[in-house]
Each structure stands twice: as structure tokens, then as C-alpha cells.
Write a protein that binds this ligand. Structure first.
Ligand SMILES: NC(=O)c1ccc[n+]([C@@H]2O[C@H](COP(=O)([O-])OP(=O)(O)OC[C@H]3O[C@@H](n4cnc5c(N)ncnc54)[C@H](O)[C@@H]3O)[C@@H](O)[C@H]2O)c1
Ligand SMILES: [Fe+2]
Length: 411
């Protein structure tokens, strides 16, 4: 492999306890009229009043849209856009979990370019810059504050839909881990497990032929040197701190490291992309109505086992980032997979798809639908087709990781 790197990131990244109070000054750099997208939970929280006051003190006019719905359905976006049109903002601030950040990104898109989110589904469909977005996450997981993607729910589609464009990367990622202090243990676990899955899927993603067109032909362009650096750092922070943050919600140091890991993972997968665990979660989530993070994390150890013959050195490097030893790359790779499975078991992630609630008679459908997200399928280090997906899903349903190992050692 020749050395190749590509980066895409917010213009400003700020991380640290108390940094949310920098919002007013960042808002003033970008505009005079701020539309805040948030949800009903935060609407009644002093943190939101503080954000509004901070922007107003910096001289901005502020309007608040607080009807973001989880998973970002199109009608919620339409309501946000309508509120925006009445107010005529010149910047959008997303404050909340990944749903509020994706709501802010899509609202800023439609306010700038008109039409409906449907006009922009897929990759590179956004014709130019959106209204500038300031992303202020209150969960530590999605990394949406740093990524070129927004995920929305369209009632006419069976699975969630992505809008992916470099124009969707927020201008400012303002990460204050104090905002995550209120997350209950279950949410901390699910969001943090999503972040670890982002980092591992980005680090094990297939590298591409690095011609001059690569960064313009793919929003998610595979493993590269910059995303590798972010991903390994993310893995180290998350592996060490996530169990502490789940088991002791008052551990501020653990929360800091989990949120920092989630940001780094967002920077990694926002360029490299994710792979099979995310591809399979789309239909699994649609069938089981379980959280995105629970699904991808449930699947990840099985995906790592399936992918192992194609990315053993990368898995061995992941083990090193986790501080694990081992004789050679083979042993270290196995330890990395075991460590991920153990960590997820410890924080309460369902161990298999049966426990997640998937019905056995839907495994074939799940395998077929998993092939639908081409950007994720092409990113997987080991080639995927429907039978390969069915093999992963069958083992993940039965909780049988050794079966995957036997399948590839026998092949
Ligand atoms: N754009 C991206 O790159 C990207 C990546 C991964 C996931 N996502 C999307 O992000 C969404 C999931 O985001 P999420 O996991 O952050 O959950 P979420 O935003 O859907 O929020 C889940 C719940 O947690 C609550 N919550 C948020 N912050 C809280 C806090 N500090 N204390 C207490 N409760 C809090 C919310 O009010 C909500 O009820 C999904 O729609 C997923 O598809 C986007
Ligand atoms: Fe994810």
C-alpha cells in the first residue's frame, strides 16, 4: 500500500467541559440569526436556556424548534424547515443527540437548496454549501458533529435513508462532555458502543485504489492514513473509558474520554466509512425497532470474525490500541475480537440477534436487505454477497462466533 490520506472535518472543533459556553462566540462568527434544532427533553433543560442566552448575548437573534423526533422522520424535518422559513436564519444550531444533529443538518440543507430531503438521498446529491451548522452533541456516540452524513426515516421506505455529502459536515463541532452527564447508563452504553463500532469498521475498512478521482467519487472512501490515526485513538479511549462511564455515571473523567472517543470515531468514519455491521443493522433495526447502537454493536464481533482473514494485521493493531498482547498477529487479532465481545457483554449489549428480538424467519430477508447499502458493502474488507451476509447473520442469530471461525479456517 502506498501512503494515502484524506480528511474532511468541521472548520472548528472544540472539546472540553464548559466549552458549550463558547457557542455565542462561534455563532457570531457564522451569522446573525440562529435557528436551534433540539427536542422536547432539552427544551425544558437549563442547558438550552443557557445556549439561547449565550447566542443572544453575542448579538444574535434566536428561534428554537424543539420538535425533533427520534430517528428523524421526514414530517419532523418539514416542520423544522417551515419554522426556519418563517424566521429566515443564516445559521442552524443542532443541540441534542444524533437525531437533533441530523435534524439540524437536513434543515440547513433544505433551507439552503429547497425541495425535500428526498431530492438529496444517496451520495453527492447536495449541490452546494448548506446554511452553516454548529453541532453541539449531548450524547457520546454518533459522531454526527463531525460527519458528512444525516440519517432520516422515510415512511415510504422500509429502511433508514442516508444523505451523504461533504457539504453536510458541520462548520463547528462544539463538544462539551458535561452535556452527557445526564445520559442514563443504557443510553451511554448504546451510544458509546456505536462509536466503538464506527472506529473499528473505519480502521478495518477496505483500502481503495487511490487515484485522483477517489475523494470525489466516494463520500466514504475506505481506510487511509488520517482515518487510521483517528480510529486507533478512538479505540484506545473508548475501550478504556466506556465500561467506567456505564458503570459509574458520575465518573466525569470516563465521560470525557468516551465523548472524545466518539468525536475521533466520527472523524475516522466520516472519511473512511463503516461496513457490514452498519449494513446489516439497517434491516435489523427496521424489524426489531431497536436502537442503532445496540444493533451495530451486537453484530460487530461476528462481523470482525467473518472479516478476520481479510484484515488480520488491522485487528492485531486494534488489540495493541487496547493494550492487549499476544504472540503473533493471529493471536492478537483473536484477542481484539474477544475483547470487543467482552466489553459489549459487560455494558449490556444483547449478545446475539435472537436476544435483540429478530425473528428467525426473517434471517433471509435481512441478508437480502443488508446488500442494499452499497456504500457500506463495498467498504467491507472481505467481499460480501447475499450468502456471505446470511452466514454472518445466521451466526449472529445463534450467538455462534466459533462457527464463523471454523467456516473460514476450513475454506
Ligand atoms: N449522521 C451520522 O453520522 C450518524 C451516525 C450514527 C448515527 N446517527 C443517527 O443518530 C441517531 C441516534 O442518535 P443518539 O444515539 O444520539 O440518540 P437520539 O438523538 O435519538 O436520542 C435518544 C434519546 O436520548 C435523549 N438524550 C439525548 N441526550 C441526552 C442526555 N444528555 N441526557 C438524557 N437524555 C438524552 C434524547 O432526548 C432521546 O430521547 C439515529 O437517528 C442514527 O441513525 C447519525
Ligand atoms: Fe453508527
Amino acid at each position: 500500500m502506498t501512503l494515502f490520506a484524506a480528511g474532511r472535518a468541521p472548520r472548528y472543533i472544540v472539546f472540553g467541559r464548559g466549552q458549550r459556553r463558547a457557542l455565542g462566540a462561534y455563532g457570531a462568527l457564522l451569522g446573525r440569526r440562529a435557528l436551534i434544532c433540539t427536542d422536547e427533553r432539552l427544551a425544558g433543560d437549563p442547558a438550552l436556556a443557557e445556549a439561547v442566552d449565550g447566542l443572544r448575548a453575542a448579538g444574535l437573534a434566536v428561534a428554537v424548534f424543539d420538535r425533533t423526533a427520534p430517528e428523524v422522520p421526514l414530517d419532523a424535518i418539514a416542520a423544522g424547515v417551515e419554522a426556519g422559513r418563517r424566521f429566515a436564519p443564516d445559521l442552524v444550531v443542532g443541540i441534542g443527540g444524533g437525531s437533533c444533529l441530523d435534524m439540524a443538518k437536513t434543515t440547513a440543507l433544505v433551507l439552503a437548496h429547497g425541495g425535500s430531503p428526498r431530492d438529496y438521498y444517496g451520495e453527492f446529491k447536495v449541490p452546494g454549501p448548506t446554511l452553516p451548522v454548529v453541532a453541539v452533541p449531548t450524547t457520546a456516540g454518533t459522531g454526527s458533529e463531525a460527519t458528512p452524513a444525516a440519517l432520516v426515516t422515510d415512511s415510504e421506505r422500509p429502511l433508514k435513508v442516508v444523505i451523504a455529502s461533504p457539504h453536510l459536515v458541520p462548520q463547528v463541532a462544539l463538544c462539551d462532555p458535561e452535556l452527557t452527564d445526564t445520559c442514563p447508563a443504557g443510553l451511554t452504553a448504546i451510544a458509546g458502543a456505536d462509536a466503538l463500532t464506527h472506529a473499528i469498521e473505519a480502521f478495518t475498512a477496505a483500502p481503495r485504489e487511490a487515484g485522483p478521482g477517489l475523494t470525489h467519487e466516494h463520500v466514504f472512501l475506505g481506510k487511509n492514513a488520517l482515518s487510521d490515526g483517528y480510529a486507533l485513538q478512538a479505540i484506545a479511549h473508548l475501550h478504556e473509558a466506556l465500561p467506567r462511564a456505564v458503570e459509574n455515571p458520575g465518573d466525569a473523567d470516563a465521560r470525557d474520554h468516551v465523548m472524545y472517543g466518539a468525536l475521533l470515531a466520527g472523524l475516522a468514519f466520516g472519511t473512511a466509512g463503516t461496513a457490514a455491521a452498519h449494513a446489516i443493522q439497517y434491516p435489523v433495526g427496521a424489524l426489531t425497532h431497536t436502537a442503532h447502537g445496540a444493533g451495530v454493536a451486537c453484530l460487530l464481533p461476528y462481523v470482525m470474525e467473518f472479516n478476520r482473514p481479510a484484515c488480520e494485521p488491522a485487528l492485531a493493531a486494534i488489540a495493541a490500541a487496547m493494550g492487549l498482547g499476544g504472540e503473533g498477529p493471529g493471536e492478537r487479532a483473536g484477542r481484539a475480537i474477544d475483547a470487543v465481545a467482552q466489553l459489549f457483554a459487560r455494558i449490556g449489549i444483547p449478545p446475539d440477534l435472537r436476544a435483540l428480538g429478530l425473528a428467525e424467519d426473517r434471517l433471509d430477508w435481512t441478508a437480502e436487505q443488508s446488500m442494499g447499502a452499497a456504500r457500506l458493502v463495498k467498504n467491507n474488507p472481505r467481499p460480501l454477497d447475499v450468502p456471505a451476509m446470511r452466514t454472518i447473520i445466521g451466526a449472529a442469530y445463534a450467538g455462534d462466533r466459533p462457527a464463523l471461525r471454523q467456516a473460514w479456517t476450513a475454506a
